[in-house]
Design a protein around this ligand. Structure first.
Ligand code: SAM
Length: 285
């Protein structure tokens, strides 16, 4: 009989945030697949667990997943963990899960800590619908382009960000979404210096320039969605046309023409075209 693949969440800081079921499962599987076997070995030893480990990370997952699937098909139970939190959430694992499922292996989730969900739970922003965007691109032009795709997104946005890019990312968010959008920054969740900043993007960018602690440690940025206005959603559909027209005609003419053809408000079209033009002017040539 085939073994089972357990997808096991581990803490994102506080070692007590492990479930009893996770601890028991990790102690009894034949092998634990981990991103960094040394890091996970240390974590498991804190729980008194000693088990053979197998390195599975972003760069070798495609090749090594087959080895694990063969072991699963051969009857061994395998646990997958990541360095922290829930595997597959901005972490490797989906290729392994897909390969195991395709081979008829049972895949069982052991839920637990996840920085995105923990941040959402304390952000104080709507959580009934949200979009997890993972990490933004590291280069400014690509980051702004990605943000501009999200400018009309009405659902709450959740981003992972690295501390050394946080200030730039916040500035770009303010530029694209506007200074009045509400946001929350959840830093060092479950750790000693856990801090939750809440405010508008304008307030938050200002604070980031004044408070060096804000960009220390790990963080999750949560941003309120765009006001649910069908006009905004309709507008983003014309981004391609607006970009092309703006390259050949003054903004006022573009706004008049597109407004006349689509029935959208001229001012809204003008604002959108202005934003797109500003973003494209900032892209390196
Ligand atoms: N799989 C993990 C999860 O379930 O959250 C995420 C892994 S991803 C490679 C690492 C990113 O998650 C960090 O750069 C940070 O944005 C976020 N993160 C992880 N731990 C965190 C913490 N304790 N506080 C705030 N953000 C955290």
């Amino acid at each position: 009989m085939a073994g089972t693949l357990f997808i096991v969440a581990t803490p994102i800081g506080n070692l007590s945030d492990i479930t009893e079921r996770a601890r028991q499962t990790l102690a009894r599987v034949a092998v634990v697949a981990a991103e960094d076997t040394r890091h996970t070995g240390q974590l498991l030893s804190q729980y008194g667990v000693s088990v053979p480990m197998f390195a599975l990370h972003e760069h070798n997952e495609a090749d090594r997943a087959d080895v694990l699937v063969a072991r699963l098909v051969g009857g061994e139970d395998v646990a997958l963990v990541s360095d922290a939190g829930t595997p597959l959430v901005s972490d490797p694992g989906y290729r392994l899960v897909a390969a195991a499922a395709a081979a008829g292996v049972r895949v069982v989730p052991l839920p637990g800590a996840c920085a995105a969900i923990a941040a959402l739970s304390v952000a104080g922003l709507p959580t009934d619908r949200f979009v997890f965007e993972g990490f933004l691109p590291s280069k400014t032009a690509a980051r702004r382009a990605r943000l501009s795709e999200l400018v009309s997104e009405a659902r709450t946005l959740v981003f992972y960000e690295s501390p050394h890019r946080l200030k730039d990312a916040l500035l770009d968010c303010r530029e694209v979404f506007g200074a009045d959008r509400r946001a929350a920054l959840a830093r060092e969740l479950t750790k000693l210096h856990e801090t939750i900043y809440r405010g508008t993007l304008g307030e938050m960018t200002l604070q980031a320039t004044q408070d060096p602690n804000m960009a220390r440690g790990e963080c999750v940025l949560v941003i309120e969605g765009a006001p649910s206005c069908t006009e905004d959603l309709d507008l983003s559909r014309y981004d391609g046309v607006l970009r092309r027209l703006c390259a050949h005609a003054p903004l006022a003419v573009v706004a008049d023409t597109v407004s006349e053809l689509t029935g959208l408000r001229r001012n809204a079209v003008y604002e959108r075209a202005l934003l797109l033009k500003r973003l494209s002017d900032e892209e390196p040539t």
